[in-house]
Design a protein around this ligand. Structure first.
Ligand SMILES: NC(=O)c1ccc[n+]([C@@H]2O[C@H](COP(=O)([O-])OP(=O)(O)OC[C@H]3O[C@@H](n4cnc5c(N)ncnc54)[C@H](O)[C@@H]3O)[C@@H](O)[C@H]2O)c1
Length: 347
């Protein structure tokens, strides 16, 4: 059986939110060496732990010189997490999304084809590219759900085409690619404003959870779109990176696995919980529903991952949010400096 311990591992996009948490877990699991390739587009090098086993290569995985600098057939596992973060940035800058969210995947797969030592390449897929778009009677999305031609953003297009390439390179070139699909990850290590400007205020106000927590801790109203009735499958980052490791050690190449909690929480409820943990009386600011987002209620079906990987999300949203509020308090200075880099564009 594949094992992380004593392995050499490449994490593409490893300085990011999920990536830096994954690197910590890999080190704690006894990895011999972790090479991170990251161009710091949406991350800061401080995200990465200080450890002699970590080697950070700053550059794009789509750059042939960066690929050429990697040891030939030198890794037991690859985790591919690089992305142009996220939906709204991709709408503002679709060509940059293409370069950093899709060409990255193609170049990486093309480079590693024929590597015999590689046991698994785990690709970070996005649940939003597959979930049904409904506010009504939402069902848990299974791995074999039909895939629509109609996508909400270039980001979703890149993520799903990345899955197509994974499957093509597996069938044609025996690259042992496993596709992990997840939805809204939250937790320590998601730094508002990390990296460079990507064209919209969402460069700073990334996902809903860190945005709400920051605003709540600063006594601001939480911006609630469309009455807060939209819901998402929230998964705590520690659960998620455990699931990614299980995809690497237990996953079958060619398969997709939902790393999902299996339930949904409305954004309204999320706002209530965060305001209460942060002690914010600033409450809520009601905004219209955002025009590009057609996803109403959505959550992933966790059954296959439970059956085949032994994966189950363990951290309840209440506990996960409490811990994330605490981490944000402790890292206020660092996060504040990252937000401040972009202040002139937000004004
Ligand atoms: N966070 C979520 O809720 C979520 C949900 C579903 C899927 N995902 C997927 O998980 C992965 C990690 O997401 P995240 O939330 O940690 O985002 P993130 O923005 O924090 O991390 C992405 C990393 O990729 C790096 N990157 C961008 N372009 C690159 C390039 N050309 N070469 C090398 N590195 C590059 C960025 O600098 C960043 O460090 C992504 O693939 C994302 O699509 C995330």
């Amino acid at each position: 059986m594949a094992d992380i311990e004593s392995s050499n591992i490449l994490v593409v996009g490893g300085a990011g939110f999920v990536g830096s948490n994954l690197v910590r877990r890999l080190l704690a699991s006894g990895a011999a060496g972790v090479t991170v390739v990251d161009n710091l587009l949406s991350s800061e090098r401080e995200n990465l732990p200080e450890d002699p086993r970590v080697d950070l290569i700053v550059g794009s995985i789509a750059d042939p010189a960066v690929l050429g600098s990697l040891p030939e057939d030198g890794f037991d596992f690859i985790f591919h997490l690089a992305t142009f973060h996220g939906n709204q940035s991709s709408i503002a800058r679709p060509l940059e999304d293409h370069d950093n969210n899709l060409v990255t995947t193609l170049r990486l797969l093309e480079h590693v084809k024929g590597w015999g030592r590689l046991q698994k390449l785990v690709y970070a897929g996005a649940g939003c590219a597959v979930a049904e778009k409904t506010y009504d009677d939402a069902q848990a999305t299974k791995e074999d759900a039909p895939i629509s031609l109609s996508m909400d953003s270039p980001y979703s297009i890149s993520k799903i085409v990345g899955e197509f390439y994974c499957e093509y390179y597996r069938e044609r070139h025996s690259v042992p690619a496993v596709r992990a699909r997840f939805q809204n990850v939250y937790g320590p290590g998601e730094v508002l404003g990390a990296g460079r400007w990507r064209g919209t205020p969402n460069t700073v106000w990334r996902n809903v959870t860190p945005t709400f927590i920051w605003k709540a801790l600063h006594g601001e109203k939480l911006p609630l779109e469309g009455g807060g009735e939209t819901s998402r499958d929230f998964i705590f980052v520690e659960d998620l990176v455990r699931g990614l490791c299980l995809c690497a050690t237990e996953g079958t190449p060619g398969e997709a696995y939902n790393l999902a909690s299996g339930g949904d929480v409305t954004i309204g409820r999320l706002a209530e919980l965060i305001n209460s943990y942060a002690g914010n009386e600033g409450n809520i600011e009601s905004l219209p529903r955002r025009t590009w987002d057609h996803s109403g209620r959505r959550f992933g079906c966790p059954e296959k991952s439970k059956r085949e990987l032994g994966f189950e999300a363990e951290v309840q949203v209440e506990e996960g949010l409490r811990r994330t509020v605490e981490w944000t308090r402790e890292n206020e200075g660092f996060i504040g400096r990252c937000i401040q880099k972009h202040a002139h564009r937000l004004a």
